[in-house]
Write a protein that binds this ligand. Sequence first.
Ligand SMILES: *Cc1c(COP(=O)(O)O)cnc(C)c1O
Length: 397
Amino acid sequence: MHRPRNRVVVAAQLRCAATTTHPYHPRRETSMPIPLVDLKAQYQAIKEEIDRAMRRVVESTAFIMGPEVSAFEEAFAAYCEAQYAVGVGSGTAALFLALKACGIGPGDEVITTPFTFMATAETISQAGARPVFVDIDPVTYNLNPELIEKVITPRTRAIIPVHLYGQPAEMDAIHEIAKAYGLWVIEDAAQAHGARYKGRRAGSLGDIACFSFYPSKNLGAYGDGGAVVTNNPDLAARVRALRDHGRSSKYIHEELGWGLRLDALQAAILSAKLPHLDAWNAARRERAQRYTEWLADTEIVTPTALPHVEHVYHCYVVRTPRRDEVYQALRKRGIGVGIHYPIPLHRQPAYRDLGYGEGAFPVSERCSREVLSLPMYPELTEEQQREVVEALRELVG
Ligand SMILES: *Cc1c(COP(=O)(O)O)cnc(C)c1O
């Protein structure tokens, strides 16, 4: 699993691709706390646009649905290079509604990764189906397509690949299997706004895709928000109805649905932020490249971005066997590190009844002990990165 050779190659590729290189010099200035994510810095940079958008909604008093939600849906579909986007209450709501729109329910099985946020599997269970886990690839941390076929049964209905940390999953291999067995492919793109796989954007890589606008995501609202994106008009119409009480018009409810709409204030904020997303993602990539260069000669395992994807670095995640110790030491120095994720879902107490034991998914289990997320956001300065790297180098060597 530890692949130093691979890492060096990638670091070298990154160096070749770079327009500038980032020679590492220890910092000179005294240190300030460095957060994992800095939402204040982003607000300060676009305050006028955000304030104007919020005022527009408040003055119009059109708080539920209406023009703000439709305008954002149109802009976000275009951004994803897809036909339809439907605004919903959160990324979790997006996953749940996508599953319901695909007709998934009791007796069905859905294949996904145990190395993800709880919502990916939780929504499968809430839809009445059973999550079936498959281990991840040790280089990308995404669903390992080679392991999928083994767990397919006559009850399998869908596969949910997660584009973890902002790197798209291996979609061609997943589609090949889905096609052979007649399964839906539902993207969990909650961490991958703007990412590309073989030139195509996350959100247009499956039958239906789910986005979260949780505040710290690459495109974040000022509260909860999400979207379902698809090229399938029937699925779009199903989600549109189900998010709003199964309505076909104001007073007609064709079926039972839910109250899981995107609110207008969040839509207006997201519309103001969307034009900046590509620049923010580019800034994340530049910061990722800098970390990777500065850590290349250490025993830290840095991320590998595959050549046919465009990674958007929602998280910049390194690996070390001494993770817990390094995590504590960095926190003590005021460096906001995180762990995504310390317990794979098959080992969560809530999923005890699925019956997966320790050792069921060895790659996920090992990663859950070794991964460490470093501070990553578009406004992160070179000086801050220098401080993070210096602290890491002192600890790991
Ligand atoms: C954030 C996230 C979600 C859930 O999104 P919410 O908006 O918080 O409900 C689902 N899946 C993944 C992989 C996520 O990172």
